[in-house]
Design a protein around this ligand. Sequence first.
Ligand code: AMP
Length: 281
Amino acid sequence: MKVITSIQEMQQYMKSLKLEGKTIGFVPTMGYLHEGHLTLINKARSENDVLAVSIFVNPLQFGPNEDFDSYPRDFESDRKLAENNGVDVLFHPSTEEMYPTKMSLTAVVHSRINVLCGRQRNGHFDGVATVLVKLFNIVQPDRAYFGLKDAQQVAVVDGLITDFNFPITLVPVAIVREEDGLAKSSRNVNLTPQERLESTKLYESLQMAKREIEKGQRNPKVIEELIKKHITGHTSGVIDYVEMYRYPELDELSELKGRIIIALAVKFTKARLIDNITFDV
Ligand code: AMP
């Protein structure tokens, strides 16, 4: 496995692989790799000649009061996991390499952001889109793999690839969970032991909501209240949002029908957790 920290070296190396006719799969991450990431990595491995993974905690997508400094990092462990999972090229640039000067031009996302995390985290998706424009130009992948754990991110990346004409196929990958249902996340290590126990209630509440819909409940407000009650009743977390939309459009639900997403974000002491389910009604 090659580990590359220089943009110029990465761009040249990827270009040489493309000239050899190799297909390139790309998994962008912020590191602290877990089984969620590894599922994306294994899928990308099986579908492409070359597998590139990036590890970069992107400051642009963190708000001033968010967890950029406390975001977990362990490059040595990530390097081993990447190597053991068949990664060919690990791109690990420094912040200075990616942003040597203040950007004179950045991406601004207009659609699919006035809901869910986009509404709570002002400028977050602009930061995501900006770093992805850079990473896509550096890595030049044929396919890019993103987890549905960040379902709104998948919707935004879909718009980015279409609107900016990147010759890249977006491959969404299902959420990977712990045995007790908690969606795997690098941030889970920042939960206290008590919060970790409580955190199972997030997915539990989403499943309860789905069952209610299957039993015939069609009022989104009733469903949202049910979820909120379950979370506030069983956890110390503070709810950021519980919302339901059409997916992937993220439009309001005039009626509860078709493909929908139920998504939530809950703040614990040192970790803000997100989770969602998408299904057809
Ligand atoms: P991150 O390092 O958190 O930015 O995640 C990198 C990629 O892995 C994103 O596309 C995430 O959606 C995806 N990912 C993270 N956790 C999971 C999970 N539990 N299941 C599926 N995909 C995930």
